[in-house]
Design a protein. Structure first.
Length: 207
């Protein structure tokens, strides 16, 4: 499926993350400054996934590499299982009357982005590098056809899957021999359009 083209140049650069939802093709943002009922749902879900109290994902938490301490107030260490090693700081939670371990914000956003892109089929719009999309998809010429003809760069990172034998996430290696002919044809089309058609006319070739 080819994503419809959206011009992202006007997005506020103070956002911590901009992602493309693979189901709705809509744009999702990460904003840690929100709190209470308006708190960022992507960030809330990630915090529950990576450092949970009552929410569990069977494969990850059943792994022998997942460290679960005896005390119910201690958090779970998923670093060996997921491969992501966050930096933590501690603060006192007034509501629950206990010390909680929190993640450094920048580190948290980096890990959140890695997990979304590598393991959850979500694509990231890069704010540091203009006109760049980060993905773990294999069919980049079909998926990002409209973006590629508009001079976007697509950075492919390894897809990560849970290996039950190793009880940990590993990089999924894709055999390049299996790349379909359609991808190669689309790549040639994109190269030709970028070479022969002025940018302000390329929208006529959107798929």
């Amino acid at each position: 499926m080819t994503l419809p083209y959206i011009e992202y140049n006007l997005l506020a650069l103070n956002e911590h993350g901009v992602f493309i939802n693979p189901i709705s093709n809509s744009t999702c943002y990460v904003n840690p400054s929100l709190s209470g009922h308006d708190s960022d749902y992507i960030l809330k879900t990630f915090r529950a996934w990576f450092n949970p109290n009552n929410i569990y994902f069977y494969d990850v938490y059943s792994s022998n590499k997942t460290k679960i301490n005896v005390s119910s107030q201690d958090k779970i260490d998923l670093s060996l299982t997921t491969g992501y090693i966050p930096k933590y700081f501690y603060c006192y939670h007034n509501v629950y009357n206990r010390v909680e371990r929190l993640m450094e914000e920048d580190d948290e956003i980096d890990i959140l982005k890695s997990i979304l892109v590598q393991a959850c089929n979500v694509d990231s719009i890069e704010l540091v590098w203009p006109n760049t999309i980060c993905t773990s998809k294999f069919n980049i010429y079909e998926t990002f056809y409209n973006y590629l003809i508009m001079d976007y760069n697509v950075q492919v990172v390894p897809k990560r899957v849970f290996n039950k034998e190793k009880e940990a996430f590993i990089d999924y290696k894709y055999n390049e021999i299996l790349v379909p002919d359609s991808e190669l044809r689309l790549k040639d089309e994109i190269t030709s359009i970028r070479k022969l058609v002025k940018k302000d006319e390329r929208y006529k070739y959107f798929r």
